[in-house]
Design a protein around this ligand. Structure first.
Ligand code: CAA
Length: 286
């Protein structure tokens, strides 16, 4: 069966990433327990799941029966105690270290001692999270890309404390789900973001300097470099707040100027213009 040595997987936080991850797991045949802080957030999570699988139905990629089956594998709850039987839990709450530590302390208390606990953090140190638990050998990073149901890569992050078995089991799960794992160490930005975000930040700097327009930069990178999205379309997809967090984390570790967040990016985030999720970022999404 899909899922390798895992059969019941929890997902904490059902925002864009958490809901996408829950969908991937349920599509892979696993029983999923999705946790949110309150009923409103839970309903938003349900909405993400229904919209994303509904899009596949509309495109003829999924039958309505299959959609029902996938959604039927996901149990939604606001009670962490419902994670007690999970053998893996993936945390996907907002990128605040204190919040993640609090979530992991709760997970540590309610989950089985042999359960693996994973974080989908894109910018925080997995080690920082691991050392606040009583099971640092069973803490890994499992970094999906946006949109999770589509993007193939999953970075599996080991800390110096993680036991090899936990890493191997998670990498095997990722493969079973039809994704491509790369297993790497715990450094800010891991691999993909460390390379990608210098480029995105440079694009924002280029726009700010008046060197080229937003549309011309996006066109140059799609039509000229063969990328599926130009840098501004991509930053709006990722969320400008996330972009800023990732850049700050990489810059704090490397002090590399390329990762010093562009003032324009910072200004947009301060103004609450976060991209698609708020309706406006570099583009107006109507
Ligand atoms: N959720 C679920 N499925 C989605 C989706 C979403 N949000 N957006 C698109 N899709 C699916 C579509 O249903 C479609 O599926 P089928 O091929 O099975 O029909 C497929 O993706 C292609 O979609 P479209 O034809 O509508 O659009 P597209 O060809 O432009 O592809 C894209 C959309 C896959 C997002 C593509 O533009 C792309 O790959 N963009 C780059 C995305 C990227 O670089 N992501 C990484 C960001 S960095 C990150 O996430 C890390 C971090 O820590 C911040």
């Amino acid at each position: 069966m899909t899922g390798g040595s895992f059969s019941r997987v929890g997902v904490v936080g059902l925002g864009t990433m958490g809901a996408g991850i829950a969908e991937v797991l349920a599509r892979g045949g696993l029983a999923v327990v999705g946790i949110e802080v309150d009923q409103d957030a839970l309903e938003r999570g349900r909405g993400h799941l229904e919209k994303s699988t509904g899009r596949a139905v509309k495109r003829g990629k999924l039958t309505e029966d299959a959609q029902r089956e996938i959604l039927g594998r996901v149990t939604l709850s606001t009670d962490f105690a419902d994670l007690a039987d999970c053998d893996l839990v993936i945390e996907a709450v907002p990128e605040r270290l204190e919040l993640k530590r609090k979530v992991f302390a709760t997970l540590d208390g309610v989950c089985r001692a042999d359960a693996v606990l994973a974080t989908n953090t894109s910018s925080l140190s997995v080690t920082d999270i691991a050392v606040t638990t009583n099971r640092p050998t069973k803490i890994v990073g499992v970094h999906f890309f946006n949109p999770a149901p589509v993007m193939k890569l999953v970075e599996v992050i080991r800390t110096v404390l993680t036991e090899p078995e936990a890493v191997d089991r998670v990498a095997a799960l990722v493969k079973d789900l039809g994704k491509t794992p790369v297993t790497i160490g715990d450094r800010a930005g891991f691999v993909a973001n460390r390379l990608l975000f210098g480029y995105l930040n440079q694009a924002a700097g280029m726009l700010e300097s008046g060197h080229a327009t937003r549309d011309d930069i996006d066109t140059a990178m799609t039509a000229g470099a063969g990328l599926p999205m130009g840098p501004f379309t991509l930053m709006d997809l990722i969320g400008l707040d996330t972009c800023l967090e990732v850049l700050e984390a990489i810059h704090a570790e490397t002090r590399d100027r390329r990762h010093a967040p562009s003032p324009l990016l910072r200004e947009l985030v301060t103004a609450g213009l976060l991209g698609r999720k708020t309706g406006r970022g570099f583009y107006d999404h109507g």
